[in-house]
Ligand binder design. Structure first.
Ligand code: HEC
Length: 263
């Protein structure tokens, strides 16, 4: 009995500690020094959240279309799927010179490759290729690095050629590293730099919560673009199931009718 009670006490203590540590980890990721747990950040994408997709579309046009195209998505389809009225589509989203039936092509010229060293890729299928958590972490782990031609680097994509286009919203942050010693060959020790956390050095126009929502919306939008049929498919799926149930019932009635006289 005694040992049992101690056992429970230990379990409870362990659970309390775990909860406390998780809370600390969360707090650490939301304070001035944060990002230690960036590898487990989740995008929580949800393509059924229409207002989020609409904001994501607006943000994509404002901050990404300058360099990136979505060559499998037409403006008209975007308007229809995301319930954006045609007048608003033309006035607020479609760049001058493009029509609603055109694909969402960046006005950027072919010189881009020369400017960045790498061409900005088409992002139509990037959410399917990389996954939403990758995109979310990518957009949130740019940091100042004077060694790079763009002045920034990225934890998810080291030495990335894309500039930190969201720094005016997010502000600037630096990466703080810790030196650890690891065993090397022949009993020697090697020093290695390990990322510890980010430190905000200049504020942006958004609070961390607003910026987080901005990135969430952008990733959500790219997830929709990667498979625009999905929203439609879910809706149609319900009708297909209802039809199958109805059809089975009719077939059963018919079967009963045919065999009535035989038995
Ligand atoms: C000033 C031009 C420019 C703007 C604006 C821009 N990007 Fe990029 N982006 C690039 C370049 C250049 C690359 C190629 C990076 C490389 O291969 O090193 C890139 C690459 C990417 C990638 C691919 C990463 C990978 O792992 O393959 C994603 C995703 C991306 N950008 C998302 C965005 C989003 C979302 C926005 C808007 C918030 C945006 N970009 C705005 C220039 C830009």
């Amino acid at each position: 009995m005694r040992t049992n009670r101690h056992g429970w006490a230990r379990v409870l203590l362990g659970a309390a500690l775990a909860v406390g540590l998780a809370g600390l980890a969360q707090a650490a990721d939301s304070g001035a020094a944060y990002g230690a747990h960036w590898k487990s950040w989740q995008a929580r994408a949800d393509v059924s959240d229409l207002p989020s997709l609409q904001r994501g579309a607006r943000d994509f046009v404002g901050y990404c279309l300058g360099c990136h195209s979505l060559r499998y998505e037409r403006w008209s389809r975007l308007g229809k799927d995301l319930k954006i009225p045609p007048a608003m589509l033309v006035k607020d989203l479609i760049p001058p010179g493009q029509k609603p039936q055109d694909y969402m092509i960046s006005p950027m010229t072919a010189d881009a490759e020369k400017w960045f060293g790498k061409p900005p890729p088409d992002l139509s299928l990037i959410a399917r290729y990389r996954g939403t958590n990758y995109l979310y972490r990518y957009l949130k782990t740019f940091y100042v690095d004077s060694q790079r031609p763009t002045g920034v680097n990225n934890l998810v994509f080291p030495s990335v050629a894309m500039p930190d286009v969201l720094s005016s919203l997010e502000g600037l942050k630096i990466a703080v590293y810790r030196t650890v010693e690891v065993p090397g060959p022949h009993g020697s020790t090697l020093k290695r730099q390990v990322f510890e956390h980010f430190k905000q050095i200049a504020p942006g126009s958004m609070t961390p919560q607003q910026f987080d929502r901005f990135v969430h919306d952008t990733v959500n939008f790219l997830d929709y673009v990667g498979d625009p049929q999905r929203v439609e498919r879910h809706r149609v799926g319900v009708w297909v199931i209802l039809f199958l149930i109805l059809f089975t019932w009719l077939a059963w009635l018919l079967y009963r009718e045919y065999w009535k006289d035989v038995r």
